[in-house]
Structure formats: structure tokens, C-alpha cells
Design a binder for this molecule. Structure first.
Ligand code: AMP
Length: 249
């Protein structure tokens, strides 16, 4: 069984993002970019399934600018067998990415698609769900455990106040939550090996997908600055201050 894993290139989670002065978005010039952390988890799970002999091939897919090739090389150093870049300089919104992934899925005929539960740049949490709907496949989001048996996949998902178990027929779409696994570190020998692995590049037009944005961002602003706190000498002063500020009655 072949597994497709969607990996997005995003601003590294350690970077404190800056808003562009014209308020049109986040400034990514000269900023460290990395693989979306939930996609690392998705990829780790796929590679473990291959190591267990359950999967035969792991293919990493990224949609975006030419530099996404670096992210895909990292994916191959982690253990993906090959990679596909759908190259576009458009602002790719979740629906466009879901359509591109659907086109790749049709080409590759994979048995399982694993995505991250959300991209940490747009926080959309939409792409996996849209892909499942477009492809007419069963979906399990926020997976914290995954087992493949008898042509079905058993998924434990984190829900409010507990966990839920789902059994899905294959092919299926799964999105990875934080507790699914702990991704491995990339080793230097594997980085070297990844340089020789196959990386195909397609354009959206070749896949017959219109990726024009459907949603317009009106304005991006920083969260309001928090005011500095004050120290109060005792509880009585604290309570009277809270009363004065109308925070308790
Ligand atoms: P989102 O719906 O934007 O929060 O993204 C959810 C997941 O979809 C991510 O964790 C990725 O696995 C996948 N994804 C989103 N955008 C892209 C992209 N441009 N290229 C590859 N995968 C993507």
C-alpha cells in the first residue's frame, strides 16, 4: 500500500512572526522556514508503517513555491521514498491545496493519505477534510493512534473529554494530532541519501486545477500589547482593585 503525506513549508515555529507594515500579511523575507510540525508527525507515522511492512511506499507532496523542494528533501531524509512538488507562486488556500492533492491522489492511487491536522501559519484545519470530501473518501481527523488491519484502518481520535475510535475502509484520509508519535531527528547520512531520491515537479495547470484564491485577506494585525502588571501588598488590596476595575462585584 502506498501512502501519500502532505507536507507544508511554513515559518519555523520558533520564529516570532512580524506583520508587514501594510498589514497585508506576515513578513517571510529572510525568515527561517521549516516543515509544518503536524506534517512531521504525519510523515513519521507513514514511515513507521513502512518500517513495519504495512506500507510499501511513502510519497511526500508539497504545494507551493520552488523552495518547498527543501522541505521535500527533509521529508525524504526522514524516510519518504520520493517526493512531488506542485509548484505555484499563488497564495494557495486550503481548497486549492485539497484539489491539487486530489489530483495527485488520482494519479498515484494511494491507499492512505496522511496530513497534519492544521498548518501553523494559517491555522485553517480544513485541507484534510476538503480532500476527503472532494475524493469521496472516509476521513478521521485529529488521530492520536493508528492501526491497519484487514484492509481497514482503526483510528483513535482526540475529542473533547475523551477519545473516539473509528474504523475506516481504505483508501482513507487521516489528519495527525500532536500525540500520534514523536518524530525522529534527521541524520546526516539520511540527508545525503535524500539528495539522490526522486523529486517530480508539476504545475497546477498540468493537473487541471484552478488555484486562484477564493478568499481575500482584508487586514492582518498584531494582537494588542498586554499592559504591564502591578504588585499589590495583600489580598484585600487585590480584591478592592478588582472591584474598582469592575472585574468582581
Ligand atoms: P490547513 O488546512 O491549512 O490547516 O492544513 C492542514 C494540513 O494540510 C497541513 O498540516 C498539511 O498536511 C496540508 N497542507 C496544507 N497546505 C499545504 C501545502 N501548501 N502543501 C502541502 N500540504 C499542505
Amino acid at each position: 500500500m502506498k501512502i501519500l503525506v502532505a507536507v507544508k513549508r511554513v515559518v519555523d515555529y520558533n520564529v516570532k512572526v512580524r506583520i508587514r507594515s501594510d498589514g497585508t500579511g506576515v513578513d517571510i523575507a529572510n525568515v527561517k522556514m521549516s516543515m509544518n510540525p503536524f506534517d512531521e508527525i504525519a510523515l513519521e507515522e507513514a514511515v513507521r508503517l513502512k518500517e513495519k511492512g504495512v506500507a510499501t511506499e511513502v510519497v511526500a507532496v508539497s504545494c507551493g513555491v520552488a523552495q518547498c523542494q527543501e522541505t521535500l528533501r527533509t521529508a525524504m531524509a526522514i524516510g519518504a521514498d520520493r517526493a512531488i512538488l506542485v509548484e505555484s507562486s499563488e497564495d494557495l488556500q486550503p481548497l486549492a491545496v485539497a484539489k491539487l492533492l486530489k489530483a495527485i491522489l488520482d494519479k498515484e492511487q494511494a491507499g492512505l493519505v496522511i496530513l497534519g491536522k492544521q498548518a501553523i501559519d494559517d491555522d485553517c484545519n480544513q485541507t484534510g477534510q476538503m480532500l476527503a470530501a472532494l475524493a469521496g473518501l472516509p476521513q478521521a481527523t485529529f488521530a492520536s493512534k493508528l492501526e491497519l488491519t484487514d484492509g481497514r484502518v482503526l483510528v483513535t481520535r482526540e475529542v473533547d473529554g475523551g477519545s473516539q475510535m473509528l474504523s475506516l475502509g481504505l483508501p482513507a484520509v487521516i489528519t495527525a494530532d500532536l500525540r500520534l508519535n514523536e518524530p525522529r531527528y534527521v541524520t546526516l547520512p539520511n540527508i545525503m541519501k535524500a539528495k539522490k531520491k526522486q523529486l517530480d515537479v508539476f504545475k497546477p495547470q498540468y493537473l487541471g486545477v484552478d488555484v486562484s484564491p477564493r478568499i481575500m485577506t482584508l487586514k492582518v494585525t498584531e494582537p494588542p500589547k498586554r499592559k504591564a502588571g502591578i504588585l499589590v501588598p495583600d489580598v484585600a488590596t487585590l480584591v478592592s482593585k478588582l472591584r474598582d476595575d469592575g472585574l468582581v462585584v
